[in-house]
Design a protein around this ligand. Structure first.
Ligand SMILES: *[C@@H]1O[C@H](CO)[C@@H](O)[C@H](O)[C@H]1NC(C)=O
Ligand SMILES: *[C@@H]1O[C@H](CO)[C@@H](O)[C@H](O)[C@H]1NC(C)=O
Ligand SMILES: *[C@@H]1O[C@H](CO)[C@@H](O)[C@H](O)[C@H]1NC(C)=O
Ligand SMILES: *[C@@H]1O[C@H](CO)[C@@H](O)[C@H](O)[C@H]1NC(C)=O
Length: 407
């Protein structure tokens, strides 16, 4: 944190007793969203006309004004997260094929960010016929264009030829100096699996788990390593089935824990609708699991089901307890979830990345105006956001959490 930022924070703290944050303290790329302005609206529409797929434009704003200053400050706590000069740059565009979907992960050794194509997208023809691909960018390339708002064409997006090829990857994280992917599987005979990939050429891969006592998982979605005891936790959910590339589920959707030393696989949580993103607080005391129950792929949307983040306490023995509802999002559903080094919680939602403080208060958004399924920090002050057909690079003051067992 720079001295300027801490003095700004002091000012803001004093200011909070005197007056609301004044616009002169707001970075050029940011804007204040006053939630009191929409506590009472002159007109509202029924759910057939306005629902989780609709973009909420607060009174006094327009779609353009929301996009023009994309760091939305819902609470002054967010100013410390974005710092004095946050930036957001669109660095790639793929009009038809959702190339920028999930599994966003920073390889510290190569200073690259890896991510994957959407396996369930009809437009891409991926899923059953062909696997979603892994791609990467160099962060030096992204940093070089970070003071532009649009830099499409100036940053190379490279396909990563994993070998053997990771089948329909969807989630990823750092693991023992390599990258671990959850693969959703393909058809009846290629089961969902945990794949470990070398982040350098020849991008060789090894499958380390592909069944639960002989039973296929449904379609593995996301993976996180516990920061203290380093066990692998992952979610399994039905998206492969509701996107037509996996058979009907043979297990309930749940969260698992895998200890690769002993080979033990245990179930740590169930009772979800569609458990999806998964992460731990930096101190390892909490686990966050998103539930995208409102979205059943080709079966459609049901707005009475969860678009929620649940928080669990992680006990010393690695089990989860005390599930609580941490947040419910108004736009889309929370998909990928990550914490920063201070324990604030970020999730990819229907209009961008939403940010909550550890008590579950929405404090800000990085607004892209469309679904951002996943994103991740790349160390300190850098973030890559996947928004299906668009890829963004952001700079801000916050740092990510980084868990790896050997570097
Ligand atoms: C949700 O709202 C949109 C309009 O924004 C409408 O087109 C759609 O049909 C609604 N969905 C449902 C399931 O009612
Ligand atoms: C971006 O940075 C370069 C080099 O620092 C500078 O020449 C250029 O004017 C900047 N562009 C914008 C849009 O700020
Ligand atoms: C890739 O190959 C190297 C060299 O044989 C090996 O050390 C490494 O463990 C392999 N990585 C994976 C993920 O298979
Ligand atoms: C939506 O989900 C609720 C709760 O699971 C269920 O009762 C209802 O039948 C569903 N509606 C539709 C249209 O499927």
């Amino acid at each position: 944190m720079t001295p300027q930022v801490s003095s700004l924070a002091t000012l803001l703290l004093l200011g909070s007793f005197l007056a609301p944050v004044s616009s002169s303290e707001i970075p050029v790329q940011a804007q204040l969203i006053d939630q009191r302005a929409f506590n009472v609206l002159a007109t509202t529409q029924p759910p057939t006309e306005f629902n989780a797929t609709s973009l909420f434009v607060p009174p006094g704003s327009t779609g353009d004004s929301l996009a023009h200053k994309p760091f939305h400050v819902y609470d002054e706590e967010f100013l410390k997260i974005i710092g004095e000069t946050p930036t957001l740059t669109r660095i790639a565009h793929s009009p038809k094929d959702p190339l920028f979907h999930e599994a966003v992960v920073w390889s510290k050794r190569t200073d690259e960010v890896f991510f994957v194509q959407n396996a369930g997208a009809k437009d891409a023809g991926t899923g059953l016929e062909k696997s979603a691909i892994i791609e990467k960018i160099s962060l030096a390339d992204a940093a070089a264009v970070s003071n532009k708002s649009d830099a499409v064409g100036l940053v190379d997006v490279t396909t990563v030829p994993s070998s053997p090829m990771v089948l329909n990857p969807n989630g990823a994280t750092n693991y023992r100096g390599q990258i671990i992917f959850t693969g959703e599987g393909q058809g009846d005979n290629e089961p969902p699996a945990l794949w470990v990939m070398n982040p350098k050429s020849p991008y060789n891969t090894t499958v380390i788990l592909n069944n639960y006592f002989g039973r296929q998982f449904n379609s593995l979605n996301d993976v996180a390593i516990h920061p203290k005891h380093k066990d692998i936790y992952f979610t399994d959910t039905i998206y492969g089935y509701v996107q037509d590339f996996r058979p009907a589920p043979g297990l309930q959707d749940q969260v698992y824990r895998f200890n690769p030393e002993t080979g033990a696989v245990t179930v740590v949580a169930d009772g979800f609708d569609h458990p999806n993103g998964l992460t731990f607080s930096p101190d390892g005391k909490h686990a966050y699991v998103t539930d995208t129950g409102i979205n059943s792929g080709f079966f459609g949307l049901n707005f009475t089901r969860p678009a929620s983040i649940y928080r669990f306490d992680v006990k010393d023995d690695g089990t989860l307890e005390s599930r609580k509802t941490f947040a419910f999002v108004h736009s889309g559903a929370p998909d990928g979830v990550h914490c920063d080094s201070k324990g604030n919680v970020y999730a990819g939602c229907g209009d961008g990345v939403h940010v909550w403080n550890p008590s579950g208060k929405l404090i800000g958004k990085i607004y892209v105006g469309s679904t951002a399924a996943n994103f991740n920090f790349a160390g300190e002050g850098r973030m890559v956001i996947c928004a299906e057909t668009d890829l963004y690079y952001a700079t801000l003051a916050a740092a990510g959490t980084y868990v790896d067992s050997e570097m």
